[in-house]
Write a protein that binds this ligand. Structure first.
Ligand SMILES: C[S@@+](CC[C@H](N)C(=O)[O-])C[C@H]1O[C@@H](n2cnc3c(N)ncnc32)[C@H](O)[C@@H]1O
Length: 362
């Protein structure tokens, strides 16, 4: 196929898939119980502060929630947060409360029906949270082209997304756009469906499997390769849950592939591809209101308040070059190198890279 034909074919295929996904989220699904698998359905433990806010979210918004995790990080006050594929707005309204009246939340979605529901409850949530003006805005657009929605370079502190990136036919563009709009030191924090192996083309073309957030799932190793190609050699895993396919027809079609809903964070800072040891120690000051006893960076790093913890160069950079810097003291001279960082005496590999393989090993 020559280049022009190939481009036309890809664009055609993209349009067909986007139309199918649009139909599913506008016409087929009315409430989350209409889903046939547990892929788009949070089973993850919801943090206490988020559970409290959920009591204020309108029941219709909750009934049209199709997320697969709880991608809500800490330290959001006053920040600008972008939600990719915001749907009926549940996570945007949670974030609206957490960023406070001086923060800002932008939701982007391509489906009119979802945007209509979200827009119709902006003033309801303003009243609930006691705000005089809205701090949430919903924009119609594609997550592959945030430029067209007017989102400027380096304008966003945190990008979140809940069970959406798997639905994109051009994940490279989505991640490029995310890193374009994030400020230096910004954070991508998202929950999505990942697979333990590559999904055969015939299954990718199945509209129901695609719409149920299964056959567009990223194979974890290809996801890592994609990030590396964009200049981001490491990511951190917060949690991972195996997806129950429930439906026996689905099990027969796609049951040989294992699917996980994973919550991941990635920082827009230069990092190394391995954990190197510079003899540094990090101490969490306990000054985050939502988490006075400890701070969870990922499934391998829980910092108890005031406890000195040896950290690798990458963790040290994350704790010094992002919005978390004000919550940590990091000591040690980064110009002196001691070789690869070892997490524990049993571990032959470095702890942060090790996490990339943990999901496969488990
Ligand atoms: C599984 S739902 C998740 C919605 C929301 N995040 C939630 O947790 O309820 C997927 C959403 O992503 C939107 N979507 C899918 N592909 C998209 C794309 N390429 N650009 C913009 N929105 C997209 C759909 O319209 C739908 O609202």
């Amino acid at each position: 196929m020559d280049l022009i034909c190939k481009k036309f074919y890809i664009t055609e295929q993209t349009n067909v898939v986007q139309q199918t996904v649009n139909d599913i989220y506008s016409k087929v699904l009315k409430i989350n119980e209409d889903l046939k698998t547990s892929a788009c359905c949070t089973k993850e433990t919801i943090p206490e502060n988020v559970r409290e806010i959920l009591k204020d979210i309108h029941p219709e918004v909750l009934s049209k929630y199709y997320g697969c995790g709880s991608p809500v990080p800490l330290a959001l006050k006053g920040k600008t947060v972008l939600d990719l594929g915001s749907g009926s707005g549940r996570d945007c309204f949670i974030l609206s409360k957490l960023v406070g009246p001086n923060g800002k939340v932008i939701g982007v979605d391509m489906t009119d029906e979802q945007l209509e529901v979200a827009n119709s409850y902006i003033s309801y949530h303003m009243d609930r949270f006691g705000y005089d003006k809205p701090n949430v805005i919903f924009k119609k657009g594609y997550i592959e082209d945030l430029q067209s929605t007017g989102i400027e370079d380096e304008s966003i502190d945190i990008v979140i997304s809940n069970c959406v990136l798997n639905l994109s036919t051009d994940k490279g563009k989505v991640f490029s756009e995310i890193f374009r709009v994030l400020k230096p030191g910004g954070e991508l924090y998202f929950s999505d469906v990942f697979s333990g192996s590559r999904i055969p083309e015939s299954l990718v073309k199945d509209p129901i499997l695609f719409g149920e957030c299964l056959s567009g799932a990223m194979y974890v190793e290809d996801f890592r390769r994609l990030l590396t190609s964009l200049g981001y050699p490491e990511y951190r895993t917060l949690s991972s849950r195996k997806i129950d396919l429930k439906n026996s027809g689905f099990k027969q079609k796609i049951g040989m592939i294992d699917f996980h809903s994973i919550t991941i964070r990635i920082f827009k800072i230069p990092l190394e591809d391995r954990c190197e040891n510079y003899g540094q120690i990090a101490i969490y000051k306990g000054n985050l209101d939502e988490s006075p006893d400890s701070f969870v960076l990922d499934d391998n790093h829980v910092f108890k308040t005031n406890e000195p913890v040896p950290v690798c160069g990458n963790t040290s950079a994350i704790l010094q070059k992002t919005r978390y810097a004000e919550y940590f003291n990091v000591v040690g001279d980064p110009s002196v190198h001691y070789g690869l960082f070892k997490c524990s005496s049993e571990s032959k590999r470095d702890c942060c890279s090790l996490m990339k393989y943990k999901y496969i090993i488990n």
